[in-house]
Design a protein around this ligand. Structure first.
Ligand code: PGA
Length: 269
């Protein structure tokens, strides 16, 4: 990724961590629409907008190759991301995509364990753990999604749920790899509902996650892991969520389908 002098990506001076804003398109946009949205996003952003945060785009797998070619040929400063992978290396797994297939497309980030995958596709912590290992195995970075449901929150179980999901995702993973991971705190009650968490909610989720990482892998690892907030982020709420203590970025669903809205989120820093 090339950057004009003075506009290189800078870490957050308060934390030393590089912010990451990710667009999770879910099952939306064909490859032609994907190209057009990324071109629009590129025209919306100025050089300075890339200095505060890395930007990753997670289209459906059918658009990865087109976006890889677009990003590389026009030297756009976007990182390519995937929404999922399968943990086996190859073989008779009809419909699945391996980590090495993604890394060959220069995919840098892979969303793992999104609540929609846990809910609709039966992804357990054990499967999430294998997917995290497979992602690291190809030198890509997982964005591990964790979050409590409204019921769990009302029952006062948020802490337990987040701890268990964090332990489950990173069990047996080497601490030096965990240090490179991204965790997205996505309270399920805030995803696609318009019910955005407050900056205090985002901060408290992030600190529960960081504490659990510290208990399992030590303080240095905990201080290098990046934690995103995700769930109904809009251009209006992005700035205060990004400013929340312990939050290093955003995982944006619906609003990332609109180039102008996503650009405003990126620029909100
Ligand atoms: P949303 O989705 O922004 O549409 O709520 C976020 C996500 O599920 O990653």
């Amino acid at each position: 990724m090339s950057a004009k002098k003075g506009y290189e990506l800078k870490p957050n001076p308060a934390t030393g961590r590089y912010r990451l804003i990710s667009g999770n398109w879910k099952m939306n946009l064909n490859h032609l629409e994907a190209i057009s949205i990324v071109q629009k996003l590129y025209f919306e952003l100025r050089d300075v907008d890339y200095a505060f945060s890395e930007i990753s785009i997670h289209p459906p797998a059918t658009s990865l190759r087109s976006l890889q070619l677009l990003i590389e040929s026009d030297r756009m400063r976007f990182s390519l991301g995937a929404q999922n992978l399968y943990f086996e290396q190859k073989g008779a797994f009809t419909g699945e995509i391996s980590a090495s297939m993604l890394s060959k497309l220069n995919v840098r980030y892979v969303i793992v364990g999104h609540s929609e995958r846990r809910k609709f596709f039966g992804e357990t912590d054990e499967i999430v753990n294998k997917k995290v290992a497979a992602t690291f195995g190809e030198a890509m970075t997982p964005i591990v999604c964790v979050g409590e449901s409204m019921q769990e929150r009302e029952d006062g179980k948020t802490d337990d749920v987040l701890s268990q999901q964090v332990r489950g995702a990173f069990g047996e993973i080497a601490p030096e790899l965990v240090a490179k991971a991204v965790v997205a705190y996505e309270p399920i009650w805030a995803i696609g509902t318009g019910l955005v968490a407050t900056p205090e909610d985002a901060s408290s989720g992030a600190s529960l996650i960081r504490d659990e990482i510290e208990r399992n892998f030590g303080v240095e690892v905990a201080n290098s892991v990046r934690i995103q907030y995700g769930g109904s982020v809009t251009p209006t709420t992005a700035a205060e969520l990004l400013a929340a203590d312990g939050v290093d970025g955003l995982l944006v669903g619906g609003a990332s389908l609109d180039a102008e809205a996503f650009a405003r989120i990126v620029r909100s820093l």
